[in-house]
Design a protein around this ligand. Structure first.
Ligand code: SF4
Length: 206
């Protein structure tokens, strides 16, 4: 009986979550979902990757938006830089034929109180509240959409080539934050520096 009760609570929670999400979708103009959970093979710099796209939408003018569902709000910054935390959407965009039709890439945050899209889009207002990439601080270094695509391709190819060439330097992206949840701390000489830094800081403060 208890199991049945838990199931009903979970069912109500999910229905409420989906309703809240659909209210976000209702704010959009006309679109058609043309792919869900689509598997793709992506080749980059000698590396062959199996990717799975959560969703692709087609807008009325034929442009596509590639969407990745998230359980919390992400920043567009996670798709940018030489070592992006979230490379999948840019990778798909720059290494497939999707590039010609792409209006942009978007995270869909499905979390109570944080529902909405965070996206890098070629043009404004294709998703509710989402500006064009050229209006985003995080993208101000790009002179055009083509420049953004070319930079993504360059960074992602460089990462893939580094991987293929055995580049295994211990080089955490955000030291010491990157190390905080790492299982290798015990064996890692870089992680030891966190302790050294706090001793130095104590000495300076003391
Ligand atoms: S603890 Fe070492 S291996 Fe782990 S993230 Fe930090 S530097 Fe990398």
């Amino acid at each position: 009986m208890r199991f049945q009760g838990d199931l009903q609570i979970e069912q109500r929670r999910l229905v409420s979550l989906v309703r809240e999400w659909l209210n976000e979708e209702k704010k959009r103009g006309h679109f058609t979902v043309i792919a869900i959970e689509e598997k793709r093979t992506i080749q980059i710099g000698g590396l062959v990757l199996n990717a799975r796209l959560d969703r692709v939408d087609e807008l009325e003018d034929g442009q596509h938006i590639v969407i990745d569902y998230k359980t919390r709000k992400q920043s567009v910054q996670t798709m940018l830089g030489e070592r992006p935390d979230e490379p999948q959407l840019p990778l798909y965009l720059v290494m497939t034929e999707a590039q010609q039709q792409a209006a942009g890439v978007a995270f869909a945050a499905v979390k109570r109180g944080e529902m909405g899209f965070v996206a890098i889009m070629r043009d404004p207002d294709l998703l509710p509240g989402v500006k064009a990439f050229s209006q985003l601080n995080a993208c101000k270094q790009f002179s055009s959409w083509e420049d953004l695509i070319a930079t993504w391709r360059q960074y992602l190819t460089s990462l893939a080539e580094g991987f293929c060439n055995g580049d295994a330097r211990v080089n955490p992206k955000n030291f010491p934050a990157t190390c905080e949840n790492c299982d290798m701390q015990l064996f890692c000489r870089i992680h030891e520096r966190i302790g050294e830094r706090s001793v130095e800081q104590d000495d300076e403060n003391g």
